[in-house]
Ligand binder design. Sequence first.
Ligand code: NAG
Ligand code: NAG
Ligand code: NAG
Ligand code: NAG
Ligand code: NAG
Ligand code: NAG
Length: 351
Amino acid sequence: MIMMNFGQLLCTSVLLFSMLHLTSSFASTVDDLVRQWAPLVWLSPGEKFMPYDVDSFLNNVYVADENGKRIFPKLDRNVSQYRTKGWHLNTYRPIGELLNDTNSYLYGSNPTENSVPIYALVSECNSSGRTENDVQDNAENVYFHVAYWIFYPYNLGKEVCVIGNIPTVKLFNTCIGSTKTLGNHIGDWEHMSSSFFKKNSTVPNSLYVAVHDAGAYYTYNEENRTFQFQEVKKQNQLVQTPKFPKIVRTQGDHPVLFSANGSHGLWSTAGENEYNKLPKLTDRTGYGTPWKTWNNIQIYHLGKEPLPYWMNFRGTWGNPKKNCLLIKKLGLCEYFDGPEGIIRQNQDYYC
Ligand SMILES: *[C@@H]1O[C@H](CO)[C@@H](O)[C@H](O)[C@H]1NC(C)=O
Ligand SMILES: *[C@@H]1O[C@H](CO)[C@@H](O)[C@H](O)[C@H]1NC(C)=O
Ligand SMILES: *[C@@H]1O[C@H](CO)[C@@H](O)[C@H](O)[C@H]1NC(C)=O
Ligand SMILES: *[C@@H]1O[C@H](CO)[C@@H](O)[C@H](O)[C@H]1NC(C)=O
Ligand SMILES: *[C@@H]1O[C@H](CO)[C@@H](O)[C@H](O)[C@H]1NC(C)=O
Ligand SMILES: *[C@@H]1O[C@H](CO)[C@@H](O)[C@H](O)[C@H]1NC(C)=O
């Protein structure tokens, strides 16, 4: 047992109390900012594949290994501990059957009718610019970044023109072969991030909007309350080359984004957005259903609290790829693999 005199004890409790106090006021400042700057997401007119909550989705899938063999009937706390790459979540019912049933969970849930959560991952940073004084009035100094994640059970692929088994370009805008929808997949994670790195600031200094495998950074302009295009994120792999809109508007501090019809990439403009030149692939966005994501945000502070068990799953969130053209390796398949989970190596911001 550690012996302490009364003075030491008192000192320790005062210190402990003030630390707790600082930590909690810092956390609430952060959480308020996370809600205040959460996106307004316009789902597309005619969108069939709505967002959904992860827990309900997980009731409908089992855990399978590389060969599709069922390993566990459900992803749960214990299974998540295995952290096994190469495993995936597989739907109990065949995809064709789920698609035929418009009441199935594959179609998600309209967030204006039933509340659907989004998941915010907060990384609090220890800024090198932070001084002793800053730490003392902690609540006024926030340095953190946050990624807002949206889950959809299904991603609708794109129509591509093929002759036999070979993808071809359209001639004079007509496909002389046949059209095939490629790139459908179970499980679809989409996100936007923002960073708050200015001293005593209640506005983000930067925003990142992800479109498929690419994304762009925007910087906030306080005068006209819009985010201005800054640069495309540099990545190692060859990815698509979207034409990013020049600005992201805000509405009452909420960045206004549009979720692409069926495939859910996030854009800041309504209309037809090109994300690949050859073949030309576009995303349609528009003023369909306005989703106020801040009404239901599950906020998690990385490294500070236990995360939901499903965040530890290292496998992919959907059935494996199938019905591929040419060879499987090229990835030109009717069904793609599901995406990886939301705790990722490649982040949009680093502390
Ligand atoms: C969105 O896609 C659905 C098919 O999934 C279609 O019926 C609808 O017209 C599309 N909406 C727009 C704006 O293109
Ligand atoms: C998880 O493992 C613990 C201990 O090994 C066990 O008691 C518990 O029943 C398991 N939970 C599930 C859902 O399998
Ligand atoms: C889906 O519905 C179509 C048309 O009713 C039917 O031909 C097809 O067999 C169904 N597919 C499955 C997997 O149930
Ligand atoms: C922040 O940095 C200081 C000084 O480098 C260090 O003592 C402290 O433990 C760090 N805090 C966190 C939460 O990482
Ligand atoms: C921080 O901002 C608040 C409110 O905007 C202001 O009252 C306060 O004086 C600022 N503190 C510093 C150290 O700039
Ligand atoms: C907002 O202000 C910035 C910087 O002055 C300017 O470059 C940008 O064009 C403005 N945007 C709008 C939408 O007015």
